[in-house]
Design a protein around this ligand. Structure first.
Ligand code: SF4
Ligand code: SF4
Length: 455
């Protein structure tokens, strides 16, 4: 990783979605044969030098071994067992974008990890049970959010945290994120759901001089964290899209599967993906686009699902999924509106912005800095290209905690050198790590768009 000081990025064209192609390997096969990917590897080791885990963990052999080399070993030796080091890959996917030869490394890692967990991991081991609980965050969060005050107290009660670390291997170094008193979906339902959104969108179109019947509609994939922990992000998404004249629906949905991929729980991920694809594909058929406010959720829907699963409608959902700000930059003059806006009050701040690894994989790493460059009352400084180090559940594992913080060191240092003491990112777990490493409050770019153009 570079230890250069952060600099302003040059403007780039918005990602139109046209260049984004999920890696397809033998697209007509149900077996997802990885041979062409493995054969494309010419052993340059660029992926290894871009792997944040390999940089801090001498026992981790790196993405080249986890992907093409292990795949070849598997093909030439029937008795070959997947190396357990695949469980140390955090699924940050940085190796995917680093590989000059287009080897589908994360697809290979996810496939190998799934096989390791399915066939080799002891299902009664503490590691398996811990990983299953961590990767099914949606289940724990849905229970905890029924009694948020009690859950917030219990989850951060010192003796309980000590016991969780000793018995389950969940680090006691981190504070559990707070559960909201009202989830996004409760707020959405109380507000009137899709009917209220349609009325608001029509009003906005009239105000904007657009035809009332304009076909502007999006299906919001809010994910678990915006629902249970940061509903303010989901509310900002709804307010901003309605402001631009879009009708929003919030269809039935489960976890995107991101923490499940990273823990090799592919059966769980598939069950959730089936629900998500089913509800989203019906809406895509009706002309909706799928929008996510979390870059790992949009990554799952547009790349990991078609790479790993064969589900009816998956390709349509993948090719009609966007990250929220990416979508606005493609379809609306959001930059123009922001340039003529001014933010005062709570969000009139200097922000230290971190681009999540999964935003980089989608070509979105510069969008927040560019978008807010000319916004009066606000400064947004990019803190460089390093990984935050938490990678979802990786940094919550007791045995990985120190490595996670070592990976995050460069980002913490750059945040501390940046002006201001508020962070910004699109990824909820990067936000946890940023807050944990610096003590800063962390906001989502959608909240700043809301403050600039809606409020
Ligand atoms: S960067 Fe790509 S081509 Fe180079 S070693 Fe890694 S997988 Fe092989
Ligand atoms: S996904 Fe990230 S942690 Fe895993 S091998 Fe690739 S770069 Fe390393």
């Amino acid at each position: 990783m570079s230890d250069a000081q952060p600099t302003d990025f040059d403007p780039v064209e918005p990602n139109t979605g046209e260049d984004f192609e999920p890696v397809e390997v033998f697209p007509d096969s149900d077996d997802f044969d990885l041979r062409p990917g493995a054969d494309s590897c010419y052993k340059c080791s660029v992926c290894d030098t871009n792997c944040p885990v390999a940089e801090v963990d001498d026992d981790f052999p790196g993405p080249k071994f986890q992907g093409p080399e292990q795949w070849r070993l598997k093909q030439t030796d029937d008795g070959y067992e997947i190396d357990d080091s695949v469980m140390s890959c955090s699924n940050c996917m940085r190796c995917d974008s680093a590989c000059p030869s287009g080897v589908p490394l994360s697809q290979m890692h996810n496939t190998a990890r799934g096989e390791y967990v399915e066939e080799q991991m002891d299902k009664l081991s503490v590691e398996y049970v811990r990983n299953r609980i961590l990767s099914n965050y949606r289940l724990s969060a849905s229970i905890a959010s029924k009694v948020p005050r009690l859950a917030n107290f219990a989850m951060n009660f010192g003796p309980a945290r000590w016991a969780m670390e000793k018995t389950m291997g969940v680090t006691s170094e981190r504070d559990f994120p707070e559960f909201a008193q009202q989830t996004f979906r409760q707020w959405w339902a109380a507000r009137g759901g899709a009917d209220a959104s349609r009325e608001n969108a029509i009003e906005s179109r009239e105000r904007r001089g657009e035809p009332a019947e304009a076909d502007k509609k999006v299906a919001y994939f809010h994910g678990c964290y915006s629902n249970y922990n940061t509903p303010e992000v989901g509310k900002a998404m709804v307010h901003v899209f309605e402001y631009f004249g879009y009708e929003v629906v919030a269809p039935e949905q489960k976890c995107s599967g991101t923490p499940m991929f990273a823990n090799g729980m592919l059966d769980d991920a598939r069950r959730h993906a089936e629900v998500n694809v089913s509800s989203m594909s019906d809406l895509v058929d009706e002309g909706y686009d799928a929008i996510a406010s979390c870059t790992s959720c949009s990554m799952a829907l547009r790349q990991e699902y078609p790479e790993l699963f064969d589900i009816d409608g998956i390709e349509d959902v993948a090719s009609n999924t966007y990250e929220a700000i990416e979508y606005l930059r493609i379809h609306e003059d959001v930059k123009g509106e922001i340039e003529s806006a001014e933010v005062s009050g709570e969000l009139a701040e200097e922000f230290a912005y971190h681009a999540p690894c999964h935003a980089r994989n989608q070509g979105l790493e510069r969008q927040a800095v560019e978008l807010f460059r000319d916004l009066d009352g606000v400064g947004v400084e990019d803190v460089g290209d390093s990984c935050s180090g938490i990678s979802g559940t990786y940094g919550w594992k007791e045995e990985k905690y120190e490595k996670s913080m070592e990976i995050g060191d460069e980002m913490f240092e750059h945040m501390e050198h940046a002006e201001g003491e508020t962070g910004m990112t699109e990824c909820p777990t990067c936000a946890m790590q940023m807050e944990h490493g610096t003590g800063y409050e962390i906001r989502h770019p959608l909240e700043l768009v809301e403050a600039a153009v809606v409020e």
